[in-house]
Design a binder for this molecule. Structure first.
Ligand SMILES: [Zn+2]
Length: 119
């Protein structure tokens, strides 16, 4: 059952409940109170179904939100995020790949051509 069909069904329940209540009033005015009582009861039953549908939709929405929240990856701790930021900053400020890979050990700024692999 799609969500749209469920809403159409609930709307159908509500309209049928109103029609049944109208028939109950007409039956009561005609003096047929057993039919009036039965139709009014059926109308109340359908209105209960509409309320139940609304409540169930809310429960499903809440469950979906909880599932989405549980599926999200945990937040990165601030210390790790800072470390990552410092790493990106160091990478952006490095001269070339050789300097980055060797942490400056195999690197001479005076002769570096600033190419990716100046060997
Ligand atoms: Zn370099």
């Amino acid at each position: 059952m799609t969500r749209r069909f469920a809403h159409v069904l609930a709307t159908g329940y509500a309209l049928t409940a109103l029609a049944l209540m109208h028939m109950a009033v007409v039956s009561w005015r005609a003096g047929s109170w057993p039919y009036a009582a039965f139709l009014a009861g059926a109308s109340l039953l359908l209105m209960t179904a509409v309320v139940h549908h609304s409540w169930q939709s809310g429960e499903l929405r809440d469950a979906l939100e909880r599932l989405e929240e549980a599926a999200r990856p945990p937040a990165i701790p601030a210390a790790v995020a800072d470390e990552i930021a410092l790493g990106w900053q160091a990478l952006a400020e490095t001269c070339c790949l050789t300097a980055w890979e060797s942490r400056g050990a195999r690197h001479d700024r005076t002769t570096c051509t600033r190419k990716e692999n100046p060997r």
